[in-house]
Design a protein around this ligand. Structure first.
Ligand code: A3P
Length: 282
């Protein structure tokens, strides 16, 4: 037994694949990739490269398949996975809880209007090959009833609230499910706007939430001279920025549609602030 204790404390036990200690569950298009890449500054944080999508799409593949997707870790290292569609998945909170009720949940949020435009920009860039999507304005407030998977038959306060890009941003509805399954001290909210303006602070706060001593410092970051988003900076000063699918150019949206969205989200955002006991300035 003592020999085993010695092996553990000296880190000699062979590394093995473990279920995640923490999961970045969302929100899609709020900076989830940046968060994960920046957390990797901490050598104790290990994560699989691609999104695993176990608790939504791949659940029938079974728990052993899930574990197999994880990196090998030693005692004391923290395994994280990120699949941003978990946030708005009806089943994910319950399934994660039944695997491990102590799982730490991380959620990046940003202004849901910006998030919706980012989501639209991603969908329309993917759909270029199958025909251009209607404009953002049509999708958000117009007649988008015929468009794939957009339910625009009824409007809420003038907005197509059934369109996925809008629906995901009604954060309090999804958040409620997470709070029904996990204690609030196991849920950490990352401010997606601050992750852009002051990444070191947001990363340090997340490292602390994970029970680690913060490693991230302002000097680990530089700013992409073209996209203006933060990038990781090497010891030699070289910048490593996220790929070309992050920090895309967004369309200019008509001011009247921006106003309609702001009004639509106003009361929804307030419900979210109350739920998480944190005020944002969206
Ligand atoms: P856009 O590409 O629409 O600007 P996610 O990783 O969750 O899909 O989020 C993508 C969004 O993260 C990007 O959307 C961008 O606005 C934001 N983001 C935050 N930090 C970033 C960074 N350091 N580099 C690039 N994009 C970043």
């Amino acid at each position: 037994f003592l020999q085993m204790i010695n092996l553990i404390s000296s880190g000699v036990l062979p590394p093995r694949k473990r279920f995640p200690d923490a999961i970045i569950v969302g929100v899609k298009k709020s900076g989830t990739r940046a968060l994960l890449e920046f957390l990797r500054i901490n050598p104790l944080i290990k994560a699989p490269g691609p999104e695993v999508h176990f608790f939504d799409k791949n659940f029938n593949k079974g728990l052993e398949w899930y574990r197999e997707q994880m990196p090998e870790t030693r005692i004391g290292e923290v395994t994280i996975e990120k699949s941003p569609a978990y946030f708005h998945s009806k089943m994910a909170p319950e399934r994660i809880k039944s695997l491990n009720p102590n799982t730490k949940i991380i959620i990046v949020v940003r202004d849901p209007v910006t998030r919706a435009i980012s989501d639209y920009t991603q969908s329309s860039s993917k759909r270029k090959r199958v025909g251009l999507m209607p404009s953002f304005e049509t999708m958000a407030v117009g007649d988008c009833a015929n468009w794939l998977r957009a339910n625009c038959t009824t409007k809420t306060r003038g907005v197509n609230a059934g369109w996925g890009a809008i629906r995901i941003g009604v954060y309090h509805k999804h958040m409620k499910r997470w709070l029904d399954h996990f204690p609030s001290q196991n849920i950490h909210i990352v401010d997606g706007e601050k992750l852009i303006s002051n990444p070191a602070d947001e990363i340090s706060a997340t490292e602390k939430f994970l029970g680690l001593s913060p490693v991230a410092k302002p000097e680990n970051f530089g700013v992409d001279p073209i996209k203006k988003f933060p990038c990781l900076k090497n010891d030699d000063g070289k910048l490593h920025c996220l790929g070309k699918t992050k920090g895309r150019h967004h369309p200019d949206v008509e001011p009247s549609v921006m106003r309609a969205l702001k009004e639509f989200y106003g009361p929804e955002n307030k419900k979210f602030y109350q739920l998480v006991n944190h005020w944002f300035d969206w």
